[in-house]
Design a protein. Structure first.
Length: 154
C-alpha cells in the first residue's frame, strides 16, 4: 500500500474512532411537566440499590443546574430523607407511583439530620439544587415521566 493511500485510509478511520471515543452515553433523564410552562428535563444519576440510596448526594460540593439524583424504591411507602454530610442545599421532590409530585422539601438545610418526610406514600424521590423548583415553577401535583428508566403509565 502506498504511503498516500495509507494516509487516505487511516485519516477517516481515525476520525471515526475519535468521534466514538469522545462521545459518552447520555445520562438518563427525568421530565417534569409543570402545570404552566414547558417540560423540564433533568439528567439524573440513578440510586437504585440500598448502598447508592444511603450515599445519595453526600459529600458533593456542587451540582449542575439541570442535574440531580433519582432514588428508586422497590415499592411505594412513606419515606424520610435527611441532609447528613450533604454540603449543598437541595430541593427534595417526592413522587408517587402515579408519577405525580406529592410533596417537595424546598431548600433543605445542608448537613441537617432533621428528617424530611414525604407526607404520603411515594416510590421515587428526585434531588436537585436548592431553589430549583421555585426557579422552574415546579409544584405539588405536577406530572413526572421517566423515559428510558421506567415504562410510561397507560
Amino acid at each position: 500500500m502506498s504511503p498516500r493511500l495509507r494516509v487516505a485510509v487511516s485519516f477517516p478511520l481515525l476520525a471515526v474512532w475519535l468521534c466514538c471515543a469522545c462521545t459518552s452515553p447520555s445520562s438518563p433523564q427525568v421530565v417534569i411537566h409543570p402545570q404552566q410552562g414547558d417540560p423540564i428535563r433533568v439528567s439524573v444519576e440513578i440510586a437504585d440499590t440500598e448502598e447508592k440510596r444511603q450515599l445519595g448526594l453526600m459529600y458533593r460540593p456542587k451540582l449542575p443546574e439541570l442535574q440531580g439524583m433519582l432514588f428508586l424504591f422497590p415499592h411505594e411507602e412513606p419515606l424520610s430523607f435527611w441532609m447528613k454530610n450533604t454540603p449543598l442545599p437541595l430541593d427534595i421532590i417526592f413522587i408517587n407511583t402515579a408519577h405525580t409530585i406529592v410533596s417537595i422539601a424546598q431548600h433543605a438545610t445542608p448537613f441537617s439530620e432533621t428528617p424530611l418526610l414525604s407526607g404520603s406514600p411515594v416510590q421515587f424521590v428526585l434531588e436537585v439544587n436548592g431553589g430549583f423548583c421555585q426557579r422552574h415553577g415546579i409544584a405539588v401535583g405536577d406530572r413526572v415521566e421517566f423515559p428510558g428508566i421506567l415504562p410510561p403509565l397507560s
